[in-house]
Design a binder for this molecule. Structure first.
Ligand code: FPP
Length: 248
């Protein structure tokens, strides 16, 4: 890996190897807002702005999948004005980005239970999935009303129902069966998980898919996390020795 350049984003050739699937927990918007004496909602807006460059760069590098934790099942417990600001940001994000993402062959998938979302948000998310469903480029997974345990419960129920209906036997159930019933079915497991702001928790994000992921916890708050910081994380991943439980 050549030196990370603050001015010019890295290129695919600069890395010895790249992850196939990156997951990001965009943490620190609230602290960023406090530091700048702004509202939490303004922090989330800044965080959303920051996202655009990271998505674009992931696509430019040819990384196969990017999963972003936008709204967890626990986030409903935040103050109502913060929840509505996040819901509005989801609408604004798709209004401004969907055309370019579609043009770039990005396929959008929403991870999570959309049924509890307000009608407008649900419609916009479903339309983004539908419109990009034939695209073959970057898989952009956006977790909205997502919880990793809830996702596993959903998978277990679906598999149980197949067994009950005689379409699958207990013996036929493998790890692949479980993967195939997750929101991310058909996608590679997460290779690299990045959580900004120095917090070292998984917070119920992609529990099954992160089984062998490399974890990085950069100190920067999400709105301050630049493309150069992202390149540094990718370079750190490239240097890590992944053994998947074996010795070699
Ligand atoms: C964590 O920061 C961040 C969130 C709970 C929300 C992240 C969401 C976005 C950046 C919007 C994404 C939108 C789309 C459409 C993908 P925090 O508020 O927990 O930060 P704190 O720990 O500093 O308070």
């Amino acid at each position: 890996m050549r030196q990370i350049n603050e001015q010019a984003p890295a290129k695919k050739e600069d890395f010895e190897r790249l992850p196939r699937h990156v997951a990001v927990i965009m943490d620190g918007n609230g602290r960023w807002a406090k530091k700048h004496r702004l509202s939490v909602s303004r922090g989330h807006r800044q965080g959303t702005e920051n996202l655009r460059g990271i998505i674009r760069h992931t696509d430019d590098l040819g990384i196969g999948a990017l999963s972003l934790y936008a709204f967890s099942t626990e986030n409903w417990n935040r103050p109502p004005e913060e929840v509505s600001a996040l819901m509005q940001l989801i609408l604004d994000f798709f209004a401004s980005e969907i055309d370019e993402l579609h043009r770039k062959n990005v396929r959008i998938l929403i991870l999570g239970d959309k049924s509890r979302l307000p009608d407008r948000q649900r419609e916009v998310l479903e339309e983004a999935e539908r419109r990009t469903s034939g695209n073959t480029g970057l898989r952009l997974n956006i977790a909205v009303n997502y919880g990793g345990r809830a996702e596993l419960v959903k998978a277990v129920k679906e598999i149980a129902s197949l067994v009950k209906n005689g379409r699958l036997t207990e013996e036929e159930i493998t790890e692949k069966t479980v993967s195939d019933h997750l929101y991310t079915a058909g996608q590679p497991d997460v290779d690299l998980l990045i959580r900004t702001s120095g917090e070292m928790r998984l917070s119920n994000f992609l529990l099954y898919q992160n089984a062998y992921a490399e974890f990085l916890f950069p100190e920067k708050l999400w709105p301050d996390f630049t493309v150069a910081d992202y390149d540094r994380a990718l370079a750190a991943f490239s240097r890590r020795d992944r053994r998947f439980g074996s010795r070699t």
